[in-house]
Ligand binder design. Structure first.
Ligand code: PNS
Length: 170
């Protein structure tokens, strides 16, 4: 995909525990709109993640390697402060359904209050991906359901290794 002729730097922040095909769709579509897209994993989560920040960043790097203007990073502290340090004027977030809207609106308005010159831009999830969440993918996989096509193949292998244990590595 051609990189657009713009100098806009955007941050796509998230937990990415792990990256799903829905995230990847959003990365592909948003990277076509900006000069540089920094996909950044939140570091100081209170919830217990399945994968470490470094593992999540590694998975992101593997699947984002084909997008020349996408960088992968991690951050802690306030998102808007991090975005400012990176020279980013835009935060990208995906909306899958109405249920996402309230939380996203609150965050966008709070971020605007903290740093008015940074805009949050929402992209609608592709309709084929609107039901996919990392939380559900992990739950379905743990319970023996088929998650092929919901995460990149390399991520599915890592889930297999992590959840089913070393005996599943073939
Ligand atoms: O993938 P997630 O878990 O929905 O992403 C949430 C994220 C990382 C965007 C949000 O928790 C965040 O920005 N955290 C950084 C701390 C911060 O800036 N908090 C105030 C946001 S209003």
């Amino acid at each position: 995909m051609a990189t657009p002729s713009t100098s806009v730097i955007a941050i796509y922040p998230g937990s990415f525990d792990p990256i799903t095909i829905g995230h990847l769709d959003l990365i592909e579509r948003s990277s076509a709109l900006v000069g540089t897209l920094i996909v950044s994993v939140l570091r100081n989560e209170t919830k217990q993640p399945l994968f470490s920040v470094d593992e999540r960043a590694e998975m992101l790097r593997e699947v984002c390697a084909r997008f020349p203007n996408v960088q992968v990073d991690s951050f802690d502290g306030l998102l808007v402060k991090y975005a400012t340090r990176k020279g980013a004027k835009m935060i990208i977030r995906g909306i899958r359904a109405v249920s996402d809207y309230e939380y996203e609106l609150q965050m966008a308005l709070m971020n605007r209050r903290l740093q008015p010159e940074i805009e949050t831009v929402f992209l609608m999830a592709g309709e084929a991906y609107s039901f996919i969440s990392a939380r559900l993918v992990k739950e379905v996989f743990r319970l023996g359901g088929d998650i092929s096509g919901l995460v990149p193949p390399s991520v599915e292998q890592r889930l297999r290794n992590r959840i089913l244990g070393e005996s599943a590595i073939k």
